[in-house]
Design a protein around this ligand. Structure first.
Ligand code: ATP
Ligand code: ZN
Length: 283
């Protein structure tokens, strides 16, 4: 059977987490910085290392079967690909930013202004949606210096902390879209067993990341209160301790309500709470 091919970013903000995700799925492969392609030794998969901008096109054309890339890039390239799984990393926002001393106050003030960006397609559709007629200046990098150089009145770029904006005398003005890394696939993979297997592994890694394994000790008299608090979990495991009248409760809770749950469990008599990461959850 032909190897499945997945395209991931060669270097940049998504590279490390994409490689890590595949490794966490149990795939074993060499990750030489110099090679453009590598083969997993224990899974039917080749990994192609590409510039992120090229990934949606490669997948659309079927040169790669799968890809990991930011939603922003998928939208910008307008490639016809299928979203298989949100991956929870590479989270960022595409925003319009203006100079701190700009007279632009509301969206309609952008009419007749020029906006520098590397995302002309996404920006144009945002402007159309808001009935704004602005002049888009396409530049491929260091967009944030454009207003300072007199090239544009505003910019539209990816912002995470806002630090780069600040150091260039800019401030965020409007949210255009949010983005995160996505696993995409070409058409025609519906019955592909290798894809189904990889997807199952990825989902089990993602689920594990959202949850913690918790072990706590409690006096048997307080056990009903504790199991009540842990509702939502199918059935915690209860193990007797050597000390008479005490048990250990093992369970899995979501990272999201972690601190809230831990504190109520403590007030309900839980002691010696141990919290551990989970590697995978297979349903
Ligand atoms: P390439 O050389 O592959 O073209 P690039 O310079 O275009 O890389 P990066 O800066 O590495 O791109 O960003 C890759 C993707 O990571 C972006 O398209 C976006 O989806 C996401 N991203 C960008 N900036 C951030 C950020 N500050 N925090 C988190 N994710 C980000
Ligand atoms: Zn890029």
């Amino acid at each position: 059977m032909k190897n499945l091919k997945i395209a991931i970013q060669k270097s940049g903000r998504l590279n490390e987490k994409s490689v890590q995700l595949l490794k966490n799925c149990g795939l074993d492969f060499e990750n030489y910085k110099s090679s453009l392609i590598t083969t997993a030794s224990n899974f039917n998969l080749e990994i192609l290392f590409l510039r992120d901008d090229d990934i949606p096109g490669y997948v659309e054309q079927g040169i790669a079967d799968l890809g990991i890339v930011g939603e922003n890039v998928i939208d910008e390239t307008q490639a016809q690909v299928n979203y298989l799984q949100r991956l929870g990393f590479g989270k960022c926002s595409l925003k319009i930013a203006i100079p701190r001393d700009s007279s632009i106050r509301e969206l309609k003030d952008l009419n007749g202004k020029s906006i520098a960006t590397s995302y002309p397609v996404i920006l144009q559709s945002f402007l159309d949606e808001h009935d704004i007629n602005a002049d888009i200046q396409i530049i491929s990098g260091s967009v944030e210096i454009a207003p300072g150089l007199g090239l544009s009145d505003a910019i539209c770029d990816i912002v995470s902390t806002g630090g780069t904006l600040k150091s260039n005398g800019l401030k965020a003005f409007a949210d255009v879209r949010k983005s995160e890394a996505i696993l995409i696939g070409r058409d025609g993979l519906e019955d592909n067993q290798t894809v189904a297997e990889l997807l199952q592994r990825i989902q089990s890694v993602l689920r594990a990341k959202e949850t913690k394994y918790v072990v706590l000790n409690v006096e048997r008299v307080n056990l009903p209160k504790i199991t009540e608090l842990l509702h939502g979990v199918k059935s915690p495991t209860v193990v007797p301790l050597a000390e008479e009248g005490w048990v250990a409760v093992h369970t899995v809770i979501s990272e999201e309500d972690f601190w809230g749950k831990i504190n109520v469990l403590k007030s309900a008599g839980a002691q010696g709470i141990v919290v551990m990461p989970i590697e995978k959850i297979i349903l």
